[in-house]
Design a protein around this ligand. Structure first.
Ligand SMILES: [Zn+2]
Length: 336
C-alpha cells in the first residue's frame, strides 16, 4: 500500500480531537468583529501568527478571538464552515470539542442549539457529519461541572455527543476527584466521555482519567509512554488515544524522535490521528497530519487506514453510523 499524495487525500477520514475554537479563519472573525465595530489586533491573514506572548497565554488569546463571535447565527456559521472545510479533505465524520468557558456571551443551551444548527446546515450542503462534545476547564468547580451536565441533559440534540475536559494540568494539579461526580452523571445519561490527559499531565493524569473519570477515550495520552506498565494497560483495554502529532511536536516534544507514537503503535495501543488546533498550527489539515505520521512515525499505509477504523469504532455515534464509516473504509481499501 503505497503512500502517495492521492492515497492520503482520498482516504476516508475520521477525526475525534479538534477544537472548534481553533477552526475559525481570520477573515471570518474580521467580518464578525466589524459588525461589532471592533478590529482584530492584526490583519486577518496574520491573526494566528502568534507571538511567544500569545502562546504563553494561549487560553486568554482563545477567549479574545471567541469574543468576536457576537451572535448565535455567527456561531452557527463557525460550525457550518468547519463541516464544509472538513469535507474538502474527505473527513467523513468529525467530533469537535467546544469549551463553553471561552464563550461567556452565550448560554449553554444557546451554544448547543447554534452548533447543532450549523452542523445540520453543513451536512445538508454536502459537508462532514459532525458531532461535538462540551468541555469543562480544569479550573472549574465540581458544582459548575455538574451544572454543565444538567444543561447537556436538558438541551440534548443528536449532535451533542459527550462530555470532555481540557485545560492546563500543570497549573491545576490533579482534579480527577473533583470532576468524578459530573463524569459519572454524564455517563449515566448516555454521553460519551473524553479527557485531555497525558499531555500537560504525565502518566498520573492518564490513570486518573481512566480510574476516576471513567474516560472512554483519551485526548493525547502520549505521556503514558513514560510508564511501560500503563502502556500495557492501555493496549490491553484498547483505550483509544486521540494523538495530535503536529500539536505535540510544536508544544511538547523538542525533537520528533522523542515522540512516542511509534512506540505506542508497536505496543499495540489504539491510536487515532487528529489536528487539535488547526488555525494555530499554520492551517494544519488532517491529510498533512497523516503525512507527518507516515514520515516521523514511519507509519505504513495499513496503519494509517487502521487509525481511521479505530476512530470509527471509538466515535460517540450510533452503530449504524459506525457501520457506514467502516464500510466506506473497506470500500476504499478494496479499490486500491
Ligand atoms: Zn486538544
Amino acid at each position: 500500500m503505497e503512500i502517495t499524495p492521492g492515497f492520503l487525500k482520498d482516504m476516508p477520514k475520521i477525526e475525534l480531537h479538534v477544537h472548534l475554537e481553533s477552526m475559525m479563519p481570520g477573515e471570518m472573525l474580521e467580518r464578525f468583529a466589524a459588525r461589532q465595530g471592533k478590529q482584530l489586533p492584526r490583519p486577518a491573514k496574520e491573526l494566528y501568527h502568534c507571538s511567544a506572548d500569545d502562546l504563553s497565554n494561549f487560553l486568554a488569546f482563545l477567549d479574545s478571538i471567541c469574543a468576536y463571535v457576537g451572535t448565535t447565527e455567527e456561531l452557527s456559521e463557525v460550525a457550518e464552515h468547519a463541516a464544509l472545510e472538513s469535507q474538502r479533505e474527505n473527513i467523513l465524520y468529525m467530533e469537535a470539542i467546544l469549551n463553553p468557558t471561552h464563550w461567556p456571551q452565550f448560554t449553554v443551551p444557546e451554544i448547543i442549539q447554534a452548533v447543532t444548527a450549523g452542523f445540520d446546515r453543513g451536512q445538508a450542503a454536502g459537508g462532514t457529519d459532525c458531532r461535538f462534545t462540551l468541555s469543562l476547564s480544569r479550573t472549574q468547580t465540581a458544582e459548575e461541572a455538574m451544572e454543565l451536565v444538567e444543561q447537556m441533559k436538558a438541551h440534548r440534540t443528536p449532535r451533542l455527543a459527550g462530555l470532555s475536559i481540557d485545560g492546563n494540568e500543570i497549573l491545576t494539579g490533579r482534579t480527577g476527584e473533583r470532576f468524578r461526580p459530573a463524569f459519572l452523571a454524564a455517563k449515566a445519561a448516555g454521553f460519551g466521555l473524553t479527557v485531555h490527559a497525558g499531555e500537560s499531565s504525565g502518566p498520573e493524569g492518564v490513570r486518573d482519567a481512566m480510574d476516576l473519570l471513567g474516560a472512554d477515550r483519551l485526548d493525547h495520552g502520549v505521556r503514558a509512554a513514560e510508564e511501560p506498565e500503563l502502556v500495557r494497560r492501555l493496549a490491553e483495554n484498547q483505550v483509544p488515544l486521540n494523538i495530535c502529532l503536529t500539536s505535540n511536536l510544536t508544544l511538547l516534544y523538542r525533537c520528533p524522535e522523542d515522540h512516542p507514537l511509534r512506540r505506542l503503535l508497536d505496543a499495540g495501543a489504539a491510536v487515532t490521528l487528529n489536528r487539535d488546533d488547526p488555525t494555530f498550527l499554520d492551517g494544519l489539515t488532517l491529510t498533512k497530519e497523516l503525512r507527518r505520521a507516515s514520515s516521523f512515525g514511519a507509519m505504513t499505509g495499513e496503519e494509517l487506514l487502521n487509525c481511521q477504523r479505530t476512530a470509527a469504532c471509538a466515535a460517540f455515534c450510533g452503530e449504524e453510523t459506525k457501520a457506514a464509516l467502516l464500510a466506506a473504509l473497506a470500500d476504499f481499501e478494496a479499490r486500491l
